[in-house]
Design a protein around this ligand. Structure first.
Ligand code: GDP
Ligand code: MG
Length: 413
């Protein structure tokens, strides 16, 4: 028996990294199993019971006791998670996660995988548009050696039941755009937009995924170590209950995702992933720092210039520096570390982050002075070059220590 009570799974926090061992849930049994299938749901109250019943029957026959179904619901206002939870005694292989502080299909899938115990990690929609019986062929492909098995609408046996001309055109247009921006990722499968697939845990273990929107398969192929890919044709059925959550927003997110993956698959991006250094966050932090220089200069001018307030220089500088630090904090909280800040929105938490940021930046200033003196006196006797080196050190210090202390993106139990 996997689930002994009908308690909910705790939601993993921190970065979207798949570890070798799953995120544990208190004292729960954490033994590895063969297959974990995540079912992301949002407002699927009329589908959830059927989905769980059909998938459980099928998997009970294929691999009794060696699988788990993980329903990841984003706190659906129609109470999908509650219905799923009430089904737990009947379906002991099912686990349910209710996410209240995060939203979005792709991150829901990854949070599910983080809690999963399977060697094979899969995903299927919770609205029965993905025919469950295709699971058998997908699993067979994996058994035969594939690293990734994708259910595809664009190979033999595949199709879309009754999509309008416009929807077909949009779907193909999006694929074409993807092929232009990211040929090495989208060119590997006939249906890169598929949300129905399974992958070996070992191919994505240790990697931090950064999905946006709906297209998580792109992320798995783009960042994962996937060698052999198998495809199985399927017909995307019509929805019978509930409605699609796709809107224009997903198209915008898709383009943003393509561009981000494109950057990540450059040599720099791969390097950043290998050393696990968040380069794009660092660039944002640097830009915010630059904005702080302008704020500092402007306030210093306003306070100390003889034509304005003409206050003493040191006092003016202290005020200007503090205002610049406040400026930087606001931008970093709203942009550089927005994902972390979103989960800790209380005023007390914000104030704590601000105080830590302040202290770390002041320590950075001391470091700046120290390095400047060291470099100037012992290495290069040019004050500007020495100052540049000192600024670089202080920036890296500020970034790294704030990353670890102010906006903790590390896994928190
Ligand atoms: N957890 C979670 N599930 C979602 C979200 N958006 C959609 N889903 C689920 O993802 C699956 C596919 O979504 P759907 O709107 O049907 O997309 P479509 O089939 O492409 O029209 C369904 O099971 C949805 O309930 C979300 O933001 N969070
Ligand atoms: Mg659907």
């Amino acid at each position: 028996m996997l689930a002994e009570s009908n308690s909910l799974l705790s939601v993993p926090t921190g970065t979207l990294k798949i570890s070798e061992f799953p995120h544990t849930n208190g004292g729960e049994n954490c033994e590895s199993i063969y297959f974990s299938l995540v079912v992301p749901t949002y407002k699927e109250r009329d589908n959830i019971e059927n989905v769980v019943r059909i998938l459980s029957q099928l998997l009970d026959e294929l691999m009794p006791g060696d699988y788990e179904l993980i329903v990841v619901d984003d706190d659906s206002p129609d109470g999908t998670w509650e219905i799923a939870q009430s089904l737990m005694p009947e379906y002991p292989q099912m686990r349910v996660m209710r996410r209240q502080h995060e939203r979005g299909l792709s991150s829901a899938v990854i949070r599910g995988w983080q809690a999963a115990r399977g060697q094979i990690l899969g995903v299927i929609d919770g609205d029965l548009q993905h025919p469950p019986e295709v699971l058998m062929q997908l699993l067979r492909s994996i058994k035969e050696g594939a690293d990734l098995a994708v259910a595809s609408r664009h190979i033999e046996g595949g199709g879309v039941s009754s999509w309008s001309f416009t929807r077909r055109l949009l779907s193909r247009g999006a694929q074409l755009l993807g092929l232009i921006i990211l040929p090495r990722v989208l060119g590997r499968v006939s249906d890169p937009m598929s949300g129905y697939f399974m992958v070996r845990r070992s191919c994505i273990v240790g990697l931090t995924l950064y999905p946006v929107g709906y297209k998580i398969l792109l992320e798995v192929i783009g960042r994962g170590n996937v060698d052999q890919i198998a495809e199985v044709g399927y017909v995307f059925c019509e929805r019978k209950e509930g409605e699609s959550k796709v809107s224009w927003k997903q198209y915008v997110e898709y383009i943003y995702h393509l561009l981000r993956l494109r950057l990540a698959t450059t040599r720099w991006g791969r390097f950043s992933q290998t050393i696990d250094f968040p380069i794009s966050r660092f660039i944002r932090f640097g830009l915010v720092g630059l904005s702080g220089v302008f704020v500092d200069m402007a306030v210093l001018y306003l306070l100390s210039d003889p034509t304005t307030l003409a206050l003493p220089l040191t006092r003016s500088k202290i005020v200007a520096g503090e205002i610049a630090i406040f400026n930087n904090f606001l931008w970093n909280d709203a942009w550089t570390f927005a994902d972390v800040a979103m989960r800790q929105q209380e005023w007390r938490q914000r104030l704590k982050r601000f105080l830590k940021f302040n202290m770390i930046c002041l320590a950075g200033l001391v470091l700046n002075l120290l390095v400047l003196n060291l470099v100037f006196n012992f290495i290069i006797a040019n004050p500007y070059i020495a100052n540049l080196i000192a600024i670089a050190f202080a920036t890296i210090w500020n970034f790294w220590v704030n990353l670890k202390l102010s906006w903790q993106v590390t896994q928190v139990k």
